[in-house]
Design a protein around this ligand. Structure first.
Ligand SMILES: O=c1ccn([C@@H]2O[C@H](COP(=O)(O)O)[C@@H](O)[C@H]2O)c(=O)[nH]1
Length: 236
């Protein structure tokens, strides 16, 4: 088991999710539940994962005005997940409000405060794509600036490509958490992921958590695929 691997549970329904978690067994301890599965199961998947004593990253990427995101963050905290996220580009006021409301809610409910992280620049963007939507500057600088804003807002870390980890850690400090999708072993296809690294390189460069979905979930043998990735991560 690698405590740094988070498997993206991007499957169609609760049964598929249950089968996959059963097949992966003790090899995987941390799962990411995204929009697809959360909307389809109405949250039942969270109860299932908790029953299985698995850790949960709720990846709903809140992006709205400060008041709306703060209210959503309050409810996400009460769900008892271990980690959830917002978009850093929601801005300083939103990030600060989220940080405050999560601490207050966890304290009032006497539950552990979840890690709250912010998405910098989606790993499906390359330089051309980011320019097209109107951002100026290199993705590395944009992601690092958003990470700095996230830290100043009081959150725990960011979602970024492993390619940006080194610079983000330099600016925000080693303790600032980097959660990295855009991870592709050499034997898998990149698909829509543009800023990718292998599991070994991502760990070597200092990523705290690797998020891996399709190389495992779409494999004919998900257990074998997960073990290959875990072994690669542990070579360091
Ligand atoms: O910038 C981001 C933010 C989130 N994701 C999510 O991670 C997984 C990656 O899955 P793969 O199948 O390994 O590509 C997926 O759930 C995304 O929604 C991301 O890829 N990039």
């Amino acid at each position: 088991m690698s405590s740094k691997l988070i498997v993206a549970l991007d499957v169609n329904d609760l049964n598929e999710a249950k089968n996959l978690v059963t097949v992966l067994g003790d090899s995987v301890n941390y799962y990411k539940v995204g929009l697809e599965l959360f909307l389809n199961t109405g949250g039942k998947v969270l109860e299932f994962l908790k029953d299985q004593k698995k850790k949960i990253f709720l990846d709903l990427k809140f992006h709205d005005i400060p008041n709306t995101v703060a209210q959503a963050a309050k409810w996400a905290t009460t769900l008892g997940v271990d980690m959830f996220n917002v978009h850093a580009s929601g801005g300083r006021e939103m990030l600060q409000k989220v940080s405050e409301v999560v601490s207050e809610t966890a304290k009032a409910q006497k539950i552990d405060k979840p890690l709250v992280i912010a998405v910098t620049i989606l790993t499906s963007f390359n330089e051309e794509g980011i320019t097209e939507v109107g951002y100026n500057g290199s993705i590395e600088n944009l992601a690092t600036n958003l990470a700095k804003l996230t830290k100043e807002g009081g959150l725990d870390g960011v979602v970024c490509s492993p390619k940006e980890v080194e610079n983000i850690k330099k600016v925000c400090g080693r303790e600032f958490i980097t959660v990295c999708p855009g991870v592709r072993p050499k034997w898998s296809v990149s698909g829509d992921q543009k800023r990718i690294m292998t599991p070994k390189d991502a760990i070597e460069i200092g990523a705290d958590f690797l998020v891996v979905g399709r190389p495992i979930t779409k494999s004919n043998d998900p257990y074998e695929a997960a073990m290959k990735i875990i072994n690669e991560m542990e070579q360091i």
